[in-house]
Ligand binder design. Structure first.
Ligand code: SF4
Ligand SMILES: [Zn+2]
Length: 127
């Protein structure tokens, strides 16, 4: 096995991700020859691919996209397909605890839709 190579992209390092620019262009995996689709039993290969994601500036967008389109192949955002599936279950649309509106959470622990989160935080800050 050859050592993983990762050619640093100065633009991506200086400007983690430019809003409006296609996030895929800033992915670390674009500038590596590491196999990002190792077999699930290939632990060294998985570790190698995960290391490429580790310093990637667009992991959140990559994960959101993978979960949204149901891409369970290869390593994305430092997770294997089964790991992303498990996470997707916890990030499924849910009802806001305050207003009942169905929304897509950005984190596993989020309880409120965006407007209610703002109101909640505002009221909490005034206490
Ligand atoms: S998180 Fe990983 S798979 Fe996604 S763009 Fe970055 S390096 Fe590529
Ligand atoms: Zn709400």
């Amino acid at each position: 096995m050859t050592a993983p190579t990762l050619t640093p992209k100065p633009a991506a390092r200086l400007y983690p991700h430019t809003p409006g620019r296609n996030w895929r262009l800033d992915g670390n995996c674009l500038s590596t020859d590491v196999d990002m689709h190792p077999e699930l039993r290939d632990q060294p290969g998985i570790a190698e691919a995960k290391a490429i994601c580790a310093g990637c500036p667009v992991t959140d967008k990559c994960l959101t996209s993978a979960v949204k389109v149901g891409d369970w192949e290869g390593i994305r955002a430092g997770l294997t397909g089964p790991e992303r599936r498990a996470l997707a279950g916890t990030m499924a649309d849910r009802a806001c605890v305050d207003c009942g509106t169905t929304y897509t959470p950005r984190t596993k622990v989020q309880q409120r839709c965006s407007p209610c989160s703002h109101t909640h935080n505002h009221l909490r800050d005034r206490r």
